[in-house]
Design a protein around this ligand. Structure first.
Ligand SMILES: [Ca+2]
Length: 216
């Protein structure tokens, strides 16, 4: 039986993993390897983050760039414009962004509560063949990072779906409900490639025990 216990425990541990970006750099980053190409006419992107960075500084939370285009960048807001997460204080927050090409409807959720939907990039399609990066904003495909835009703090629970989740599902996710169906980026299984001073660690999770118990 031990042979079955191991992978399930590993998966649970991965779900609890977390990335700490300890300092402002133009080089530390994490590349995530998606489960399928990001050829998307809709998506839901969720993540949790905590940062002590304040004020006017731009803070990149998520970047997906193809060779010539910024396909999908999520920033912490600096000036009240655009499709960005407001400054939320230093404690961890759960943020989701949904978008669909058909209507262009874009909605930001913070801790399960939605913003007013906006219309953005109607008829567009997110192009495949790029790189998903945490920690830096790439100004070209291979890099060109600015330290003053880098992420400093902790990011975890990065999940992405190729469709718009209903708001009730996002509310449940924000409370820690376990969905394992994220089909583009699944934090429990996605391959992450850290560079520079990024530290990956495992959060001790209470759900390890019931999982082990259920196997015997
Ligand atoms: Ca930049």
């Amino acid at each position: 039986p031990a042979i079955f216990v191991f992978p399930i425990l590993m998966q649970k541990q991965h779900k609890g993993r977390s990335l700490v970006f300890p300092e402002e750099t133009a080089s530390s980053l994490v590349e995530l390897t998606p489960a399928k190409p990001l050829s998307l006419d809709a998506f839901t992107l969720c993540l949790r983050f905590a940062t002590e960075l304040k004020g006017k500084r731009e803070v990149i939370l998520f970047a997906y760039r193809t060779q010539y285009f910024d396909e999908l960048n999520v920033w912490r807001e600096t000036d009240g414009s655009g499709n960005a997460v407001p400054e939320l204080g230093p404690l961890a927050n759960h943020v989701c962004l949904t978008w669909e090409s058909l209507t262009g409807r874009t909605t930001m959720y913070v801790n399960g509560r939605s913003s007013a939907s906006k219309i953005y990039q109607r008829g567009h399609r997110v192009r495949p063949g790029g790189k998903v990066i945490l920690g830096q904003d790439p100004d070209n495909f291979l890099g060109d990072f600015q330290a003053e835009q880098s992420f400093v703090g902790e990011i975890f629970g990065v999940n992405m779906w190729d469709h718009v989740l209903p708001s009730v599902a996002i509310q449940l996710l924000s409370t820690g409900e376990d969905f394992s169906d994220a089909n583009v980026l699944d934090w429990a299984t996605v391959t992450i490639i850290p560079t520079g001073s990024v530290v990956e660690f495992q959060k001790r999770s209470l759900d390890l025990k019931p999982t082990t118990h259920a196997l015997f």
